[in-house]
Ligand binder design. Structure first.
Ligand SMILES: Cc1cc2nc3c(=O)[nH]c(=O)nc-3n(C[C@H](O)[C@H](O)[C@H](O)COP(=O)(O)O)c2cc1C
Length: 539
């Protein structure tokens, strides 16, 4: 089997069908529930300040405006607020004798397989080095100290001051609950985390750019993930690296890594021993086989510059960026009596379109390849029905030729690439394709993210991950804009894959559904108590 076929085989094998869900344990093995917090025991620890107060006045809509936000100086305090606003805790919840934490970045099943690392210059008492972000203690754990001559190399290569950030995944955290489908969820979570990083950079006046030329083995060698004594099946696999520029933010930086960095970094001494996450693990072997064939080699950078487009529905100007980022939550139920306004609906969709300088797609991961199929239920002045938002380009002809010939293709708004396909209630359809989850039908609208997966992975199997990352990024955009609009969203990883494309009359070879999402007015569960994010820390 070719590598591309292996990736496609993974996707096929892990589809949910009406008559059969993808393979998983089928029960919750509580005794082996993985610890959601990675800790490097014995590593030197640098607690981070908790504030972020200096950003309180930055209005949410400025995240998307072309006007600069005054860059924060890079120091331990701004690093603390940066990490706290992308990968940190957002709250603790308590009910019925249990307590669990939530984070700024969402995660399928709240299992949090994504870990974060920083490669930093020396900042006061913090020596230049490679650090793991310890989410529970809001602290940096020093894994590798960098020699004095290393940092000037990075600064010259990236044309200014800044730092590198790396995301990695621990598949076992997700496969413990979701079995074979977990690799998809880990990659969706990476997309959410990447978007969270891009927003946190923007709010500090910084800019995040993905190093799209880097190979996974290069990243693992630089970080030492390839020589860390992880417990079997608790390994961390690198996802991606990004540069956060804290000055010269408008300069398009190199999106590749020099060859000799791997050699320089991989010879450095490492500290800290990874904590064990579970007493015992289960080998969902298809995940590890797929990871091996979807690993990215070093390549030329995948450079992407979106073209500018007019804004029709500006983001809300009445709320603060930091508040929206911190209060993002998933809705667990929606009020089916409440509509979204037409303006909020169109603003939500417009935010998902890539624009120069607008996070998170200014991370320049790759050109947009994901389009949105919308199930409109309750939006004032918008007919219920199916709609299609073309994010990947402007041309509807390729879709028209493969979708059901009965579709209307009626422009929904002049200027937006949004088309009405059908008229009439689609609540049952939305609910049914999303594993019968009520949140997909009781909301104002739900959506499926579609991409030509099989064509895209044919030459570059690693794009399987990029496509899921793009979906996660779209999800994060929707989560924030929903909050800003006084509504709430929820990511939906459980869906019946083929039922979606069948609804469109499209062949599986042409398009695949990769992620679903739903947005509306949330109903709160009053039995659940909320506690502040870092109440457990004494600082
Ligand atoms: C990739 C992904 C898939 C998800 N799938 C579902 C789903 O199918 N059903 C659901 O109710 N919630 C789903 N969620 C929401 C998570 O359960 C939620 O993010 C998690 O419990 C953390 O809560 P928070 O988002 O409020 O921080 C998903 C979230 C993500 C990121």
């Amino acid at each position: 089997m070719s590598q591309a076929q292996e990736v496609i085989n993974y996707h096929e094998t892990t589809k949910h069908h009406f008559h059969r869900y993808a393979r998983s344990a089928g029960y919750m093995d509580w005794a082996n529930q993985p610890n959601p917090f990675r800790i490097y025991e014995g590593a030197e620890v640098f607690p981070l300040p908790l504030s972020g107060g200096q950003l309180a006045d930055i209005a949410y809509h400025r995240l998307y405006s072309s006007a600069d936000i005054l860059p924060q100086p890079l120091n331990i305090s701004s690093l603390g607020s940066f990490l706290g606003l992308c990968l940190g805790l957002s709250a603790w919840k308590a009910a019925g004798g249990s307590r669990w934490s939530l984070r700024i970045n969402p995660s399928s099943g709240n299992l949090h397989p994504t870990e974060g690392y920083l490669i930093l210059p020396s900042l006061g008492e913090l020596p230049s080095g490679i650090y793991h972000y310890n989410v529970f203690h809001h602290a940096l754990e020093k894994r590798i100290g960098l020699p004095e001559n290393a940092w000037p190399l990075l600064k010259t290569h990236f044309q200014g001051a800044g730092f590198l950030v790396v995301l990695s995944s621990i598949f076992w955290r997700e496969s413990w609950k979701y079995g074979e489908r977990a690799y998809r969820y880990c990659n969706l979570d990476v997309g959410h985390a990447l978007a969270a990083l891009a927003y946190a950079a923007r709010v500090h006046g910084w800019r995040l750019t993905a190093i799209t030329g880097a190979g996974d083995d290069q990243i693992a060698a630089m970080l030492g993930l390839d020589r860390t004594p992880f417990e079997a099946l608790e390994e961390e696999v690198p996802d991606l690296m990004a540069w956060v520029a804290v000055e010269n933010c408008s300069v398009d930086i190199s999106q590749t890594l020099p060859d000799d960095w791997t050699r320089i970094f991989s010879s450095l001494k490492m500290d800290g021993h990874p904590n064990r996450l579970s007493p015992s693990t289960v080998d969902w072997s298809i995940i590890y086989r797929t990871e091996a064939v979807a690993r990215k080699p070093p390549t030329p950078a995948m450079v992407y510059h979106p073209t500018d487009r007019p804004v029709f529905f500006a983001p809300p100007s009445t709320c603060q960026a930091v508040d929206v980022i911190r209060r993002r939550r998933s809705a667990t139920a929606f009020d089916p009596r409440k509509n979204a306004t037409r303006e909020a609906f169109l603003s939500l969709l417009e935010r998902t379109l890539a624009r120069p300088g607008a996070p998170p797609f200014d991370a320049a991961l790759m050109g947009p390849a994901v389009d949105l199929l919308l199930f409109v239920h309750r939006v004032a002045d918008v007919d219920p029905g199916l709609y299609f938002l073309i994010r990947s380009g402007e041309d509807l002809a390729p879709f028209k030729s493969i979708f059901n010939s009965s579709f209307l293709w009626r422009p929904a708004h002049p200027g937006l690439p949004l088309w009405q396909l059908s008229q009439g209630e689609v609540t049952l359809e939305a609910l049914e394709v999303s594993c019968h989850q009520e949140i997909a039908g009781h909301s104002a609208f739900a959506l499926a993210m579609l991409a030509p997966l099989k064509q895209m992975v044919a030459d570059r199997p690693y794009l399987y991950r990029h496509l899921h990352w793009e979906c996660g990024m779209i999800g994060q955009v929707l989560y924030l804009e929903a909050e800003a609009q006084g509504m709430r969203g929820t990511g939906i990883g459980c869906f019946f894959d083929d039922a979606v494309t069948e609804l469109l009359g499209v062949k599986d070879e042409a398009l695949n559904s990769l992620y679903h999402f739903t947005i509306g007015h949330a109903l709160e569960d009053q039995r659940i108590q909320t506690l502040p994010a870092y109440h457990h820390l004494v600082r």
